[in-house]
Design a binder for this molecule. Sequence first.
Ligand code: THU
Length: 131
Amino acid sequence: MDYDYKLLMDKAKEAAKMSYSPFSKFAVGASVLTKNGKIYTGCNIENSSFGMTICAERCAIFKAISEGEKEILAIAIYSPNEDDCYPCGACRQVMYEFQGENEITVITEEKENLNIKKLSDFLPYGFKIHG
Ligand code: THU
């Protein structure tokens, strides 16, 4: 489906400015469009106890879900440190959990051009309990 990819990327860029990444110095921002048409943003937040770090994507997704959202339509990911910054494996699985009938669109930026992919490009045969 066609969404406002540029708006989502702009929001991800804005969110990356909030990154708390004193250890890796690798800033990431993400924005999530939900089925209700709302956009939530997140950034990576690191911790002195390194394992407590949360990625930007999960930060944005958890903000959305904790506000009552149930389904994600699209996510934009941006890092000023890396062109075409892709989501880690853990975040791919978390995205999959909140995918509904519409496949999630994943937006990244490469040399100032947007790359538009589907979650299945990153995570084929995802795992979900259909209880
Ligand atoms: N990071 C993200 O925010 N998203 C990803 O998908 C990959 C990694 C963050 C975690 C950590 O703060 C930094 O990037 C370096 O791994």
